[in-house]
Each structure stands twice: as structure tokens, then as C-alpha cells.
Design a protein around this ligand. Structure first.
Ligand code: KE4
Length: 432
């Protein structure tokens, strides 16, 4: 049995000086109980905590570490950039290269602005859509998470849902009034909102594949239907690809499903693990952003040279080696899903597994998981036990039912075997 003495002591100290002892709520393990792990280092598929316990990492910093940890191409690029100072607050060549690379990988993006997080990207995209259309309201989907911007903390997923505050205090009535909630995979719920708010809706923002309810896939025709209704109503369609961007394909979910949004928000993988976000899309919309346009948006560290060095190394590698990278990610994840499913079939335990590319989630419910309501039918108590069993077996899963697992190219066949053996033992424990 692993001991977590140093993590325990650090957590006690942390709670004296950091709210909840963490810098992002989901890290506190509130939904799964037990001692949050303080991490010392990571390499490849493995992460090591401050007590020396090693785990297979299926969080991968919530997506960014798609090549595994401490990948040499990222480390070398950052080390080289470090020699020239870490920040200028002035334009650099790396930012031009980064923008051009993103535009080449995501065809719907004609111009792109770098920011420092996914939240900044979605906040900026919404403000831009409101400025471009002159309208105030925004449609989002119950259970989707777009960062902690006020407009999005209504029926939000991910950590907000995990903490039981999908509608956060501190968001004013005025802001909440402008956020309309639709049901994922339910086009009629979108049409009803549009009929009730004619010519008032600036944007519709959606996770094209949801990661923040756990992994939930769009049903046939859903994304195409959103595009059609937004086009006919003059509503800016925003794909929040902070999680799916560069993970499901070089061009993200929009490449997989063949639906081009007006704007795309990006984060996570784009920075290779450094704090980077971005929003981009149609030139006619992006030109509304300051300094050429009237919609103000700014950031001291936007396009930071070290972050650009990491992002450029990551995206260039994914673009150049896309055939083998995405084939490997998809094959690895499918092998893990097949292995877990074959064990589950032996038990009398209702389950669903949703998977696309290197994103997957395990739910303990007999219902197909296609929206927030069906996600909510999943037995979170069983998930909690499964999470703790897997952790005890050396597998570090996202500490919430409302999160996707993230697979990296560092997950070899030996690591797959380790995951599946841990799963077998964890499920055995459950069925006792
Ligand atoms: P950040 O501000 O956390 O960089 O990005 C916000 C965001 C926006 N859009 C999507 C689709 C996202 O998944 C996220 C952030 N994802 C969560 C994990 N589900 C971040 C983890 C955390 O909150 O600590």
C-alpha cells in the first residue's frame, strides 16, 4: 500500500495559504475522497508523487501532455528559448510562426490571437461575437465547460459540476440573463431558444466533443444542425476545442466531423504544457479585435516566447508525424477500451464507455450517455470506489466522473497491460 505522508503534510500546509489547498478545484479530490497527490516529476507515461509513488498518468495535465511527459522535443525547444530571456511584451517571430502553423492545421482559422488559458480564449471569443453582431445573448449547453468566465458558469460542467456549483455564486443576474442553456445533442432545444430570443443571440458555444461531462460524443447531424441554424440566424458558431483541438486530429473535432465553425477556441495541447490559449476564425470576424477593430482584448504574457517555443515544438511534431501519432493514439485507446469492456462484461455492473480518438470515459449506468441528464444517471459512488482502486493499483485517473481520460503516445503495450491488470483487480474489488 502506497503511503502519502509528504502529500498529506503538504496539503495541510497548502490549505493555510491557498484556498482549498489547490490552484484549481478539481485537483483537491473532493469528488473521489482521499488524499490529493502532490507531484514531484513525470516522464513518459509515468508521474511520480512527492512520496516516491509512481503512477500511469491518464490525466496528462488535463490534455496537454499528448506526447507523454518531458518529451525531448519540447524540453529542447524550451531550453533553447530560455537563453534569450523569458518575456519581452513585444512581438516576436515565434508568434508569427505559431499563428501561421495554427492556420495551416485548422483551415477554418484565417486569423488567430494568442492568450494564456482556455478561459481567456472563450471569454475573448464571446466578447468578439457580441461586438461583431451587436447582440448580447449566448447559448451554451448544460454540462459543457468553457472555463471560469462569468458567462459560462451557468449549468457548467467539469470542476464546477464536480464541486456542485454548476451555477456559481458571484455571477450577476445581468450576466446570467444573457446566457441561455440548451441540451447537448438536442437541436430542438436550440431552436426553441432562438425562437424565444429573435435577433438577440450573438453566439452559440459548444464543445464539439464534450470532455467536461466525461466524454460525450455528438450524435449524427447535431453539429451540422448547429452550423445550419447559426448560419441562417446570423449567430456566431464557436467550437470550444480547448480539449479536442490537436487531440482528436491535427484539425481537431472539426476535421473529424467535417463541420467548420465561425470561431474556434484552443488551449492545453497548443502550449505543449505551457500556459497558452488562443481564439481564431474567419478574417471578417477576427478583424473586429483591437487594435484594428473596436473589440478590446489584451494580455501581458500573450504569445510569451517560452510558451511559443513549447507550442511550436508540439504542434510542428503533431503536424509532421500526424499519420503515426493519431493512429497510435486511437489504437492504444481502443485497446484500453476493449480490455476494460471485456472485464466489465463478466460482472453484473451497468456501464457505458464513450470513446473517440484518445479521449474516453467510463460511466456506471445502463443508459447510453449522450447528454447531461444521462451523465447524471451514472453512479458516482461506484466511480469513486473504482477511482480509488485504480489509484491503489498505480493508475492515476481524472478525479471526477465529469472528466475525460487522456491517453498519450507514451502509453506502450506494456503500459496498456498494466492499466488492464489494474482495471481487472479494481473491478474485482468492486464486485466483492
Ligand atoms: P483553462 O482556463 O482551464 O485553461 O481552460 C478552460 C477550458 C475551456 N474549455 C474547455 C473545453 C475545457 O476543457 C477547459 C478546461 N478543462 C478543465 C478540465 N476539464 C481544466 C482542468 C481544471 O479546471 O483544473
Amino acid at each position: 500500500m502506497n503511503h502519502h505522508t509528504r502529500s498529506k503534510n503538504l496539503f495541510e500546509r497548502a490549505q493555510q495559504v491557498i484556498p482549498g489547498g489547490v490552484n484549481s478545484p478539481v485537483r483537491a479530490f473532493k469528488a473521489v475522497g482521499g488524499q490529493p497527490l502532490f507531484i514531484k516529476e513525470a516522464r513518459g507515461a509515468y508521474i511520480t508523487d512527492v512520496d516516491g509513488n509512481q503512477y500511469v498518468d491518464l490525466i496528462n495535465s488535463w490534455g496537454p501532455m499528448i506526447l507523454g511527459h518531458a518529451h525531448p522535443i519540447i524540453e529542447e525547444s524550451v531550453a533553447s528559448a530560455l537563453k534569450g530571456s523569458v518575456s519581452f511584451g513585444a512581438p516576436t517571430e515565434a508568434e508569427v510562426e505559431m499563428a501561421a502553423l495554427i492556420c495551416s492545421m485548422v483551415p477554418s482559422i484565417e486569423k488567430v490571437r494568442m492568450v494564456n488559458s482556455g478561459t481567456e480564449a472563450t471569454m475573448s471569443a464571446i466578447r468578439l461575437a457580441r461586438g461583431f453582431t451587436g447582440r448580447d445573448k449566448v447559448i451554451k449547453f448544460e454540462g459543457c465547460y468553457h472555463g471560469h468566465g462569468d458567462s459560462f458558469l451557468i449549468a457548467a460542467g467539469s470542476g464546477a459540476l464536480t464541486m456542485g456549483v454548476p451555477n456559481s455564486p458571484g455571477v450577476t443576474e445581468g450576466v446570467a440573463r444573457d446566457t441561455l442553456i440548451a441540451r447537448y445533442n438536442d437541436l430542438s432545444s436550440v431552436k426553441r431558444l432562438i425562437e424565444a430570443n429573435p435577433k438577440e443571440i450573438a453566439a452559440l458555444i459548444v464543445e464539439p466533443v464534450v470532455g467536461n461531462m466525461g466524454c460525450v460524443l455528438p450524435q449524427d447531424g447535431f453539429l451540422e444542425g448547429l452550423k445550419s441554424v447559426c448560419s441562417s440566424e446570423g449567430i456566431v458558431l464557436i467550437f470550444d476545442e480547448v480539449m479536442t483541438g490537436f487531440r482528436l486530429a491535427p484539425g481537431g473535432a472539426q476535421q473529424i466531423f467535417g463541420v467548420a465553425p465561425d470561431l474556434t477556441t484552443l488551449g492545453k495541447i497548443i502550449g505543449g504544457g505551457m500556459p497558452v490559449g488562443a481564439f481564431g476564425g474567419k478574417r471578417e470576424i477576427m478583424d473586429f479585435i483591437s487594435p484594428d477593430g473596436p473589440v478590446y482584448q489584451a494580455g501581458t504574457l500573450s504569445g510569451n516566447p517560452i510558451a511559443m517555443a513549447a507550442g511550436l515544438a508540439m504542434l510542428s511534431h503533431l503536424k509532421e508525424h500526424q499519420e503515426q501519432v493519431y493512429a497510435a493514439l486511437n489504437q492504444t485507446t481502443e485497446q484500453i477500451v476493449t480490455g476494460i469492456r471485456s472485464e466489465l462484461k463478466l460482472l453484473d455492473l451497468p456501464y457505458q464507455i464513450n470513446q473517440i480518438g484518445s479521449m474516453m470515459s467510463l460511466f456506471f449506468t445502463p443508459q447510453k450517455v449522450i447528454d447531461f441528464e444521462s451523465v447524471a444517471s451514472s453512479d458516482s459512488e461506484i466511480f469513486k470506489k473504482y477511482f480509488q482502486n485504480m489509484l491503489a493499483q498505480g493508475i492515476y485517473l481524472p478525479p471526477s466522473q465529469y472528466e475525460s481520460w487522456f491517453i498519450s503516445t507514451a502509453v506502450t503495450s506494456e503500459v496498456i497491460e498494466q492499466i488492464l491488470e489494474a482495471n481487472r483487480l479494481s473491478l474485482q474489488q468492486l464486485s466483492k
